[in-house]
Ligand binder design. Structure first.
Ligand SMILES: Cc1ncc(COP(=O)(O)O)c(C=O)c1O
Length: 410
């Protein structure tokens, strides 16, 4: 028999890419707590507390606020497979890779998918979206708030009203932006929102916080199906079955709700982590968390500019928590990133598709939206840039970031 490997012991890393980031140690501590049976009254209370905390994080009164087990993509699939029936029209404004992901998932749900597109680095005006709604008459408008691939943050404030006027359900993927950028589920009229923990929420990936408006819950509830074996007298199948069992939001609502109807085995450790992520945000205050991301994001942006790097895209519509910069001419982008990782233990990202190898994405989010993380990253990146011949004034990046901090009011 071969000798088994030693216990997992990852190298120390500062994760300053577009996510995942280093989890907040308090989240990791919460996740080391012992398991409890899923129908233990304590556990049901912990689930209720988690729902209440995420109502605050999403800024909603939605009763149906719960966790979908799985990474953010599980939340997206749950939302779309539960809202969309084969043949339904779905409209997706695409401004980056994750818009394409919504198209891909909606297509697999059997939807007739229409898209509008802007070049990567831009966002849509409400007029562009309304024009497309009028042209395609969708059942669901599916939109990403912060598309990590481009760092852009789509303004959502007017889209809910447009959707109400035209009787459209509004789904939003807030994975990359929630907690670091203003987000208002109810005030903006969003029907279903899904997220993940690994960005501004400061946790690991593996749980998808989700909130569902009463009108979306009605649409989903009209497709309720109770599994054979747990069915009770009076249970009847309603509407077109939801094509996924695991991601059936009607079933998951029944599991989280007062009926506590058996579905999957609770991913208890992820629930502890998700609860702690939300608890920390609520304790800090959502407005303060957004201001913190704005402050550290601005320091990073100015620091990178002072290193001679040019910011990609429409800076006015950038998420607070991540910035993309063009890889300077003559610098081998992937080799330089690898040097930052091996020599300094710092990870930054590139991007996808048309931006692959052309930009670096640097995040300041969750637990890593901190002064020391920003300054250390800038100091080390400067060394790497200089090693590859980029003309950087020594100390310029750190100096510019410190000036932002000195002038910051928030
Ligand atoms: C905006 C957005 N949506 C969805 C995802 C997919 O998330 P996951 O990898 O957790 O499934 C990501 C991941 O980076 C993302 O940034």
């Amino acid at each position: 028999m071969s000798t088994p490997p030693g216990q997992v012991d990852p190298p120390p890393r500062l994760l300053m890419g577009p996510g995942p980031i280093n989890a907040d140690p308090r989240v990791l501590r919460a996740m080391s707590a012992q398991l409890v049976g899923q129908y233990d009254p304590w556990m049901r209370a912990a689930m209720a507390e988690t729902s209440a905390l995420y109502r605050d994080v999403f800024r909603t009164a939605n009763e149906q606020t719960l966790l979908v087990d799985g990474t953010s993509r599980a939340g997206i699939e749950a939302a779309l497979v539960s809202l969309v029936e084969p043949g339904d029209v779905v409209l997706v404004p695409v401004f980056g890779r994750f818009g394409h992901l919504l198209v891909e998932i909606a297509t697999r749900c059997g939807a007739e998918v229409h898209t509008i597109e802007v070049p990567w680095g831009q966002v849509f005006t409400p007029e562009q979206v309304e024009e497309a709604v009028l042209a395609t008459r969708p059942k669901v408008l599916a939109v990403v708030q912060g598309d990590t691939s481009t760092t852009m943050c789509q303004p959502l404030a007017d889209l809910g009203e447009i959707c109400r006027r035209h009787d459209v359900l509004l789904y939003c993927d807030a994975t990359a932006s929630l907690g670091g950028n203003t987000f208002e589920t109810d005030a903006w009229g969003l029907d279903v929102v899904t997220a993940g923990l690994q960005k501004c929420l400061g946790g690991p990936s593996g749980s998808a916080p989700t909130t569902i408006s009463p009108r979306a819950a009605d649409v989903i509830g009209a497709r309720t199906h109770v599994e054979e074996g747990i069915r009770e007298p009076g249970d009847v199948d309603l509407g077109t079955p939801i094509a996924s069992n695991y991601l059936d939001l009607a079933m998951i609502m029944d599991y989280w709700g007062p009926r506590a109807l058996n579905h999957h085995t609770e991913a208890t450790t992820m629930l502890y982590g998700a609860r702690e992520c939300a608890r920390l945000l609520v304790e800090e205050g959502l407005d303060e968390a957004v201001a913190r991301h704005a402050r550290h994001g601005a320091a990073m942006l100015e620091g990178l500019r002072a290193c001679g790097l040019t910011v990609f895209g429409d800076v006015a519509h950038k998420m607070h928590n991540v910035v993309a910069v063009h890889v300077p001419d003559g610098v081998p982008g992937d080799t330089a990133r690898a040097a930052l990782l091996t020599d300094f233990g710092i990870e930054i990202g590139t991007s996808f598709g048309p931006l692959h190898g052309k930009v670096w994405r640097v995040g300041t989010m969750g637990h890593n939206a901190r002064t020391d993380a920003v300054l250390t990253t800038l100091a080390c990146l400067e060394q790497v840039l200089r090693a590859y011949g980029a003309p950087v004034t020594p100390g310029a990046g750190v100096g510019a970031a410190r000036e932002v901090y000195a002038g910051a009011t928030a």
